[in-house]
Design a binder for this molecule. Sequence first.
Ligand code: SER
Length: 900
Amino acid sequence: MSDPNLLSGAEIRRRFLDYFSRKLGHKAMPSASLVPNNPTVLITPAGMLPFVPIFLGIEPPTDPPRVVSVQKCARVSGKASDLENVGRTPRHHTFFEMLGNFSFGDYFKKEAITWTWAFVTGELGLDPKHLWVSVLKTDAMFDEEAFVIWRDEVGVPEDRILFCGEKDNFWGPPGPTGPCGPCSEIHYDREPGGPSPKDNLDLLDTDRFVEIWNLVFMELFQDAEGYRIPLDKKNIDTGMGLERIAMVVQGKDNTFETDLFWDIIQAVAKKAGVKYRIKSETDIALRIVADHLRFTVFAIGDGIMPSNEGRGYILRMIIRRAVRYGRKYLGFTEPALGQFVKTVVQQYGDVYPEIKQRYDLIVQTLAEEEARFLETLDRGLRLLEELIGDLKKSDRLHVPGDEAFRLYDTYGFPLELTVDIAEEEGLTVDREGFEKAMAEQRERARKARKGESIVDDQVYSEILAEVGPTRFLGYETLSAECTVKALILDGERVDAVSGTNRAFEVILDRTPFYAESGGQVGDRGTFSREDGHHGLTVVVNDTVKVGDLFVHKCLFDNGEEIRVGETVFAQVEPDYRQLAAIHHSATHLLNAALMQVLGDQVTQAGSYVSPEGARFDFTLNRAMTTSEIQRVEYLINKWIQENIPRSLEVMDIESAKASGAVAMFGEKYGDSVRVIAYGDRSRELCGGTHVNALGEIGLVKILSESSIASGVRRIEMVAGERAYKAFKILETELAKTADMLKAPVREVPQKVEKLMETLKSQDRLIRELEGKLAAQAVDALVSEIPAETPVLVRLLGGQSMDGLKRIAEQLADRLSSHVILLGSDEGGKAGFVCAVSPDQVERGIKAGDIVKRAASLCGGGGGGKPGFAQAGGRDGSKIQDALRTVEGEILARMHELKTG
Ligand code: SER
């Protein structure tokens, strides 16, 4: 379906950036991560999100104060979720790309409106007879200015300008609080000449119309109570979904039929053995799977990993939804989704290289999630179907919340999935009941993890909006005079905290405390005030980051109270910081050494750095060999000795990447990132704290290399004094061993080798002796067997299974007709071996049946061939009785055969 005469998605992207940057002087910004640097939202929902601090005046505008971007976005959670529409309408997605131009106090309505019009009609060649525009008009507000610009400057006829209410023509804030404003939209009419939406605005919600571009006149700030106050500056935020504009430009009925999606749809359809556009049910499933795949690839590409919380939950939910649609409508009973990652990466990898770099991680994560969920999916589905059946029978069309929660808790069904399935059957789900059951479980878990404060994010957003981001002084200094800006006690903002040993949180205007991020733990230390009788000491146990706020987790040590507005002396614990720094710098060296030894295939998948040690996860499809590990450890220690000083460069992210700095997940795009370099040994983009010169690390020891998920390895490592201690422990253990061997340390290996040899030859001797003993036993046993009924049942206590087998085989060799059952209670367990000669087998006596019966009497099972079989049971104490019973049964059976 890709027609070379049509403008491709890639070409539209290019023209858009080009038009606004070259022609209209905008600064072109790369897409920020899907993981926003903003505590009020989980996943970037709009192109404007990275610029919120600029709109709010917290950060200065860019230079020039107008930018253009193509931003990775997703609408999967919160008020703007499009999830339920995906696949069912021609124009909704979870993940999508938003083309946007922005003005920070620079141009306003007139330019924004005329330029967007010129772009769609000129650059993209859309015929104005297909276009309608809308402006805000309610009883209270009329955006007359926009109306007049559309009519007089652009020349849109008055009867094609629609007046809409706040639902359509007021945008924002992107989270619970933030910038917002009235907006104007351009709608594309796929059937011009039809009834006018002017008379019936509901038509805009039908598939005849596609909203292609939203122009927000961002001039207000909305707080948590819903009050709106003017921003200092008037701004512009526009957003055009790439998939939608591609759909109208390419003349398709559906965004999924544009070149942006087509290969993905085709790949999925091919694997499923179905054709697109044959059956509506299958089409919906194909579109949902294609959409969810795209979301998954980009989410993992930005470092989101499936989990049960926050954005990890969203990713898991999306994957599980895709698995269910694939299972039900496309026949994917085995894991299938991982193989489509390739197609998505082929389509998007050149524009978004992060998904190319993390290709292996994406495939593996998706494949594992899928396999895991397929294990419980069928059982969960059966349970849900039964439940729905029962409910329907009694005319109850509402799935109770606790049942939905049980499905989630036991079978991993995200609520959204249960809702999907229930809706297909005409039922609704008690979401509130689900949330309640979930909250109860969380509360139980919270109590179990006593002492941790759980604070609603809302509190932080409010504080951030009020006091602005915390200034971090900790790169330059470990202590400073700071002002207390906010205090949080039990989740509530308070003016003062008093008493002893109560956990609370402190937010300062600026702080030398490093807050946990980039894998490095937060700083510890104290806040104090020295003024005669009213001295104060507060212990800071940890520092975390909530968006741009640094939150200090504190306990009272001494003093009467701490108040908002007062000045405290903040002191970071220097040793703690230094130990964290040596481990962090060592981790950078580890990353560089791994790349040198294993090649570029290694991608960091996560890290954790604390004063105690470091953990580093990376992608690799196999275990490292011992010599590779040694080489890595050697390189790190060699570089430490070179004692190269740290150099720090602050540069924009593009130059940083271009200069070869290793970039990690989720860095915020903006003008300045820190590049930490040690000569040309290591160069990484990093906000953490590091040693001044490599020699400070002293020594590094790798403790372990192991697998944590398929394709992901973990190295645990210690540095500095801890590395010395780790070596010391090994040395002590070795000395102890040498002592036991009565040999000098150097001779331990040879000594152990010799011991092993002695053990081996003794083993051989034991086996020989066992053989002889068995032969003797066999002689004795043979003489005990009566010729008329050649049945032998014996307990040979203490024999191993191997011993039993050997004796039974030797007996069988010596007797032409026989039924032999031997038992042993070695190790408290029951073991049985049975041999039956061919003539007895022919008569209907089977070794397999005999051992099965004997084992079943001792709580076990087993079986085998009619001529020879073995079995075991848990309970060795029952073996005597079991043998007696079975012997009786064999004799009775033989008697029966003889007489019958
Ligand atoms: N923020 C607006 C939107 O998301 C315009 O970019 O629609």
